[in-house]
Design a protein around this ligand. Structure first.
Ligand SMILES: Cc1ncc(COP(=O)(O)O)c(C=O)c1O
Length: 539
């Protein structure tokens, strides 16, 4: 390691020293924009003291005293190797010239990441970041988890590939371990290489088994980018104006925050929406109305007999959208009455991410006919799976179905080590505990900031939906979202983005994140919101 770098790293937070909140203007805040930004929660900014009735002013002192960034980046005893590859500029040039231009890059100055250790990422200059997005909800057990890495290294020297025409121990060992985590009759596994491929296969299975064609999916869902799954993916920015989706019908998303209906206790989360309703205990008018819409889709868009319905237990790319509590249970029943099968896309929600349960579908009290999984299954190793019932699997066995790499020894060994790490490190429990803490802390910020419209999720699958103001629930425009997000990055916290309008911050870190990390992240987010207030006041 270079002397300069090692000196910098020997100071535990050399770079992460919080930037002081820039000093605030000396004038009293009397601008309409400032008053609007503080909204109905203005009094909180006066240190909890009510201002004089009729006065919209906050003094500089009052605003400053309401928050001062205390948090230091939690320590990390890992030192990255020195970066030895091309310069940043050369990397950027190659990226522009030789990689798909449709690949989005995050941040104005894109990150050049060099190394990872558990919940931490290091850039080419040795700068450390708390990763709250886990390689898009993938690195569940932590970057380069030592046991998973050791298992992969051992297998690399033993056997890489045979195809599944032969037996090798790791595939049997793995599927036995995986199916032990699923309820009956979900016991037959197909191993694939990506989530899109898993959903392709699930669609195919549903059609072959039922001998029906039509599949229903939610608007706002993301199920992959292959030509087949693009029909299910219902986020406009992924559509390319080429024919897709033959036999795929979208239905209204039962989004209790942004949707037409929603109230104050619709969803299964520690935090409810800011919307009000008068539903009595056990009733949910929003659910009933959304189910009516689902029935309407069944009556108007598909034949009497359908192939199935696919849903994420919590929508991922769309920003941790949760449905009313009973919705999936009732929808599954309606689908089965039409001869269809129910597919749970667990690509983001699986492997303990929702905290209380290993699989997202369990939080809805349903057992699907087909479950698809990817991302966290391999902690970043390219692998995925479809699990189904023996009956559905038998229907596919009428003809050959083959996949060269699916279930290769490397993937199976990695997948197996990931399952061990989840159990040994108690990651599901950690996700539940740290997730609950974070969710409630973000909800406190919703009380203070007019631009936080919704805070939702389960475990470490959290969405913070940003709005122009709480009354309109209009999405916060990108020119206001992006600086908040960039500020978080500059203070050492990487957060994801999502939602149809890119209006939601996605917090889906490795499940090994600690409460101390979570507290740091919340404080950084708070500081970024303070800066947003200052920008708004200055305009
Ligand atoms: C819920 C869900 N399903 C499927 C996919 C597709 O997975 P992959 O990108 O591995 O093809 C994704 C990817 O983001 C996803 O979030």
């Amino acid at each position: 390691m270079g002397r300069k770098l090692s000196r910098r790293l020997s100071s535990p937070h050399w770079w992460a020293r919080p930037r002081p909140i820039p000093s605030l203007p000396t004038a009293k805040f009397t601008t309409p924009s400032m008053a609007r930004a503080l909204g109905r929660f203005g009094p909180l900014w006066a240190g909890g003291r009510r201002r004089h009735p009729g006065s919209d002013t906050l003094t500089q002192q009052e605003l400053k005293s309401s928050f001062s960034m205390q948090a230091k980046m939690p320590p990390c005893d890992f030192s990255p190797e020195e970066y030895e590859s091309y310069s940043y500029e050369r990397m950027l040039k190659i990226r522009k010239q030789n990689l798909s231009p449709s690949l989005n890059m995050y941040y104005k100055k894109p990150l050049l990441l060099h190394q990872g250790h558990m919940q931490w990422l290091f850039d080419y200059e040795g700068r450390r970041y708390l990763d709250l997005f886990a390689g898009i909800v993938t690195v569940n057990v932590g970057h380069c988890h030592p046991k998973v890495t050791a298992a992969a290294q051992k297998q690399l020297g033993r056997l890489w590939h045979t195809t599944n025409i032969y037996m090798h121990p790791s595939i049997q060992e793995y599927v036995e371990k995986l199916t032990a985590l699923l309820p009956d009759p979900l016991k037959v596994v197909y191993l694939t290489n990506s989530g899109s491929e898993a959903n392709d296969l699930a669609m195919f299975m549903a059609r072959v088994y039922t001998r029906n064609f039509d599949l229903i999916c939610f608007r706002g869902g993301y199920h992959g980018a292959s030509p087949y799954t693009l029909g299910l993916t219902s986020i406009g920015s992924y559509k390319h104006g080429v024919a897709n989706g033959f036999g795929c019908q979208t239905t209204m998303l039962p989004d209790v925050f942004r949707g037409i209906w929603g109230g104050s206790h619709c969803r299964d989360s520690l935090v409810q929406t800011i919307r009000k309703c008068s539903c009595s205990q056990g009733c949910c008018e929003a659910n009933d109305r959304y189910i009516e819409q689902f029935k309407d889709t069944l009556s108007t868009c598909v034949p009497k007999a359908i192939a199935g319905f696919i849903a994420e237990p919590i929508q991922g790319v769309n920003g941790a959208i949760q449905y009313p509590k009973r919705f999936l249970k009732e929808a599954f029943q309606l689908v089965r009455e039409r001869g269809g099968v129910c597919i749970a896309d667990e690509v983001q929600t699986g492997f303990g991410r929702t905290g209380s349960h290993f699989w997202g579908f369990q939080t809805h009290g349903v057992v699907p006919d087909i479950v698809t999984m990817a991302k966290g299954i391999g902690n970043g190793f390219p692998m995925a799976a479809v699990v189904t019932t023996p009956e559905i699997a038998n229907s596919l066995a009428q003809n050959l179905h083959f996949n060269t790499f699916g279930g290769n020894p490397m993937a199976c060994v990695v997948g197996s080590a990931v399952l061990d790490a989840i159990a040994e490190d108690s990651l599901q429990k950690n996700s539940e505990e740290v997730g609950a803490y974070m969710l409630l802390e973000f909800a406190k910020l919703r009380e203070k900031f007019e631009i936080i419209g919704d805070v939702r999720g389960r475990g470490l699958m959290i969405g913070i939906e940003m709005v122009k103001n709480k009354d309109s629930r209009q999405p916060l425009p990108d020119e206001e979202m992006s600086p908040i997000w960039e500020d978080c990055k500059d203070m050492g916290v990487l957060i994801g983005r999502g939602g149809i309008y890119n209006q939601t911050f996605r917090v889906k870190p490795p499940l090994c994140i600690t409460k101390q990390d979570a507290a740091f992240a919340v404080e950084v987010f708070h500081a970024a919101l303070m800066r947003h207030l200052e920008r708004t006041a200055a305009n």
